[in-house]
Design a protein around this ligand. Structure first.
Ligand SMILES: [Zn+2]
Length: 241
């Protein structure tokens, strides 16, 4: 992949946030990373701060290094840049990140509750519950709110031994979801699915079925069917989808 391709993919992921109704106004942002196969310097493309999705162009995207230094771009990067960078540093498997304040996922984030796996729709995409982080401490907020939000997520995954590919998203308590994937397109797909799963789980919970998680053997079967080494879902493809 080359940088123009990275820009095109990240522009499309940002447009998809708006097209799929995952963000009001300029809320939310998508980024992507190009990690050269030869071990050269990785490059991140991210939405600029406060630019409307329908006005966004590929040239508006800001290119940065993994340390946050800007390589190209005249606009200020998304204010969430440092969270994205921390996730890219900790999760080398991922290639795209999407942050939204989509309604139902944000409701769960605000409730401080992980989204339990109540059905196969969830199990197809998330192995186990969608996790929720703890709150940032006052010290962490004063140290650097955005970077510390990233650390909150990456520390939670390390502490609970979660695989970011099997669990492609998280709820930041009192805030909103972050989702990711191998590519920016997959990240936006997961952000959309996370919102759908959150909506299903909220409604299921209203019916009083919250105490009835999907049996683990069914959840595992569904996740493996889509993501395991012998996946049978969809058409055979040379690469993961
Ligand atoms: Zn946010």
């Amino acid at each position: 992949m080359r940088l123009p391709e990275l820009r095109a993919q990240v522009l499309d992921a940002n447009r998809q946030i708006a097209a799929r109704g995952l963000a009001l106004h300029t809320f939310g942002n998508a980024s992507g990373i190009f990690r050269p196969a030869d071990g050269g310097e990785a490059m991140v493309a991210i939405k600029p701060s406060g630019v409307a999705y329908d006005a966004l162009t590929a040239a508006d995207l800001v290119l940065t290094r993994l340390d946050g230094s800007i390589v190209e771009g005249s606009l200020r990067p998304s204010s969430d840049l440092d969270t994205h960078l921390d996730l890219y540093r900790a999760f080398p498997q991922i290639g795209g990140i999407v942050h939204t304040h989509s309604e139902f996922a944000t409701v769960w984030a605000q409730s401080g509750k992980p989204i339990p796996c109540l059905g196969t729709t969830h199990a197809d995409y998330f192995h186990g519950s969608v996790p929720v982080t703890g709150y940032l401490t006052e010290t962490a907020v004063s140290r650097g709110y955005v970077l510390e939000t990233g650390r909150l997520i990456t520390n939670h995954f390390a502490e609970h031994k979660l695989d970011p590919i099997a669990t492609p998203g998280v709820l930041v308590v009192g805030h909103a979801p972050f989702a990711w994937g191998r590519t920016p397109a997959e990240a936006v797909e997961h952000a959309d699915l996370l919102e759908f799963i959150a909506r299903l789980a909220w409604r299921t919970t209203l019916l009083g079925l919250a105490g009835k998680p999907l049996p683990g053997y069914i959840a595992k079967h569904h996740h493996q069917r889509k993501h395991g080494p012998n996946a049978t879902y969809g058409q055979r493809k040379p690469e993961h989808r």
